[in-house]
Ligand binder design. Sequence first.
Ligand code: GLA
Length: 735
Amino acid sequence: MISAKKKENGILFTLSTNNSSYQMKADKHNVLLHLFYGQRLNDADDLSDLIFLTDTGFSGNPTYAEKDRTYSLDTLPQEVSGFGVGDYRDSMVTLLHDDGSRAAEFRYDSYEIIDGSYKIDGMPALYDTSVTKGETLVITMREAASDIILKLYYGVYEKENVITRAAKLINQGTKSVHVEKLLSMNMDMMFFDPDMIYFTGRHAFERAYERIPVKHAKIEIGSVRGTSSHQYNPSFILCDHDANEEQGDCYGFCLVYSGNFVAAAQKDQKNQVRVQMGIHPEAFCYLLEQGGELMTPQVIMSYSHDGLTTLSHQYHDILRENMCRGKYKYERRPVLINNWEATYFDFNEEKLFNIAKQASELGIEMLVLDDGWFGKRDDDYSGLGDWFVNEEKLGGSLKEIGERVNEMGMKFGLWFEPEMISQDSDLYRKHPEWAIAIPNREPNRGRYQLALDMSRDDVRDYLFEQMSDILSNAPIIYVKWDLNRSICDMYSYASGKEHSGELYHKYVLGVYDLMERLLVRFPDLLLEGCSGGGGRFDAGMLYYSPQIWCSDNTDAINRLTIQYGTSFFYPIGTFGAHVSACPNHQTGRTTPFATRSDVAMSGSFGYELDLSKISDEEKAQVKHQIAQFHDLYELTHEGDYYRLTTLDYDDCIAWAFVAKDKSRAALTLVKTQSEGNPRPTHVGMRGLDKNKKYKCTIKNDTSVINSGAAFVNAGVTIPYIMEQYESAIIMFDEV
Ligand code: GLA
């Protein structure tokens, strides 16, 4: 619900969801103040009195405040922080005007309430469905001394307790202006002393959970790598110091964007917490000509008074329903086998069909042919850009291969790395200017490769044609869309130097454009996003690919940390997760076959190993695992997810899925430590209906019937000694 009420001294805006309210006020000077975000208020509430004004030394006053030395942009809690005009904290927007001045001061002009979600041209954003529909408040702000307009977008999703933000600059003047910074949001939270939780990492170890208190030194995460990155995910949480899974105020911020970003929280001199998120201003400078517009990506905010689990549920629900799209939004995605860890580049027709044959016999539903099938590509030094099948290596065309795979009863999928180019490729020899590199400077290479200039129409047309040609001439239902380097040496041969600060952003828009065009042309295509594993695991990508390869690290024990971190914002069914060989190729660790599957089953399940090298007993397990995955699919892909332990919990890590109607649940537990003379392995269950009765079945078919209250209040003990890395899936069925 959105309300706008005229008051004697301004306009009060209140956005309300079932459990949260967000209030702001355009005050008597038309400065848009942030008053509150938190637990739901009553409709008539007005929190203007929370603002406390004092004369603060060295925090100056705008001329329009006349003799009021207490009114300072430097201390007021604001929705848009300007630059260079008296707010010395971090700005949300910085403009370089035609006369060389740098100033941005936006004041309230008007508002509009729109039924439905707002759209962002060329970028993903939450959309309306028959289940969930948004409402939009657009507040128009005007720059004090130029004809620049800033529109602030607020989307409200009542039952999900989600509020979104985005902003759009419009140049209505006669002179062009350089936008040096335009974030999606600024919010100054007046009375809040939070922790910040963010997700950091590296290639093959993404989204590790970290939590630190917000103080006066800024906490800032971000990426200037051209992608959202392995190093920091574009999402974070602010929460009470004692907030945990079940209690405490928690606020989530999740950017719907797949490129450079910044996110920060910092206390100011009055202890207000300034929260910001958006496109990273580093290497960003956008020329906004007369009549030009620039819109930011969307930030999805959500609030929970009841701890982190509720916050995660709110994100999972809205991302599943209002961000993921296409046929495979709800339809079951096939259990796949990917040949990468089985063969790497070293495969031929025989090896491939050996894997395919074994896989089909075991009930695997799709073969994914990974890197190495095209151009001259027997290692990672060459071939990217030459999207022509290497028939000699494959022993036939993709059509023939696909049909043979189909005859075996499996679907067929293919790997691409569309955005990249090898210098040793026909494409590079023909179009060196299509690669991103600075003239007269040796480019930095990542995995020997360069990035294509995705801002160029001709590059995207080429890729669209090549990919369309392949996808329409072979029975391919799935594409793994990879990207294997961070991007630098920013220069485009297609645009002039005055546009050079736009390239990182236009690269991302180019990627979105190409994905969109392909999905319009092939609406049933299943895309699996990937960037060296989870280097571009973000809400923006989920708009195009309902599953994303979570990490190149397939070690079941490392995956506990990676999948734990990923679970705070992203729905579990979107995590690409595979059973791979042991000793694990990334860590050298050996874990039981069943554990690898139990962990991968909490995701978009598949296999990535040479099936001819596994034992008969393991082969029998594969059949059982696939059946079990299907049995659990509704829970893992549509149910509610509960983290039952933290990562430093005693000796195991556990999580659970509970059906929305609470009739069924599955608890997965992995023993991470073992000791001599063992103590029992015990974990508390969550999410069951305390008044229902459940039959609880533990791995080896031991079962017990008790109330939901018993399992939640007293927990579950595994009735046998668990060895290190052993796992169990415990089922709860309502009786
Ligand atoms: C990336 C992906 C892997 C695999 C290789 C192929 O690293 O994350 O899964 O596809 O590329 O080169």
